[in-house]
Design a protein around this ligand. Structure first.
Ligand code: FES
Length: 273
């Protein structure tokens, strides 16, 4: 019997190129070629990109992959300018060569059955939830999405998700679009009303913590994509400590980039973060 070709696994370190760049609200979206990375992508994984003048690389959520385009397979990342490294990255024109390692980290775990899922994302960190919504829909899951941000400019486009999800709730802290308030304000209610079996969350710690606790209250599972600085992104430097409770009930510290970034919400020691 002929052997099936093995699926590509593990990260690769490759020379990529910026093939498109556009400003979307307060963010810069970059489309990159990175041979081998789109083929290995799983929702929740990320890439580490070398940035001129910096030893540490920048970790970026993968927002979308395209299996084919005029440039071959590509991936989209969302850059939020927070310092000189991300400012450099956001300013690069089409044609810039960039060194990319990825996909890195543990992705979101997908349910085996068609269950009800609530996805909660704040700001640019909502990026990995969009491909996750598509994977869940392919499995027949009922998907509700909540996207939140301080204001409209920092809301990652929820419109494009509408075809993959049952409902979209938009929250802005300043009330500029959607309902006024933060994810933390609304999550208990949203989780209860969605009757979610699984809550997936991506964003700052307070959002993840609220999502994990709201899920726990209704007996749902939670999967959270943590964001701690990841200087190497590959598990080598141990510079990304994440305090968790292990399967054995013992407190320990794991590497967010290798044992995460996606972990069970009920495993994170939120007070120690
Ligand atoms: S960032 Fe270096 S080990 Fe995680």
């Amino acid at each position: 019997m002929a052997e099936r070709p093995a699926e590509p696994r593990g990260p690769v370190h490759v020379d990529g190129e910026v093939v498109a760049t556009k400003r979307v609200g307060g963010y810069r979206h970059l489309t990159l070629t990175a041979p081998g990375v789109p083929e290995r992508f799983r929702a929740g994984s990320f890439v580490a990109v070398t940035v001129e003048g910096h030893v540490a690389r920048r970790a970026l959520w993968i927002h979308r992959v395209r299996a084919s385009s005029a440039f071959g397979p590509t991936l989209d990342v969302v850059v939020d300018v927070r310092g000189s490294g991300t400012a450099w990255l956001a300013a690069q024109p089409v044609g810039t060569k960039v060194a990319v390692t990825g996909p890195l980290g543990r992705p979101f775990a997908l349910p085996k059955e068609a269950v009800s899922c609530l996805l909660v994302g704040e700001g640019y960190a909502a990026a990995p939830l969009f491909p996750l919504a598509e994977r869940l829909r392919e499995r027949g899951c009922a998907v509700s999405l909540v996207v939140s941000a301080p204001d409209e400019a920092h809301l990652l486009s929820a419109l494009e998700a509408r075809r993959s999800v049952r409902s979209v709730t938009v929250l802005t802290a300043d009330g500029s679009v959607g309902q006024r308030g933060t994810a933390a304000d609304h999550l208990d209610d949203l989780v209860r009303r969605s009757r979610a079996d699984v809550v997936y969350a991506a964003g700052p710690t307070d959002v993840l913590r609220s999502a994990a606790s709201a899920a726990e209250q209704v007996g749902a599972w939670s999967q959270v994509a943590v964001e701690v600085p990841t200087p190497c992104g590959t598990g080598l430097c141990h510079g990304c400590p994440l305090p968790v409770v292990g399967e054995d009930g013992v407190d320990r510290v794991v590497r967010a980039c290798a044992e995460g970034p996606v972990v069970r919400g009920d495993r994170v020691r939120w007070d120690a973060l």
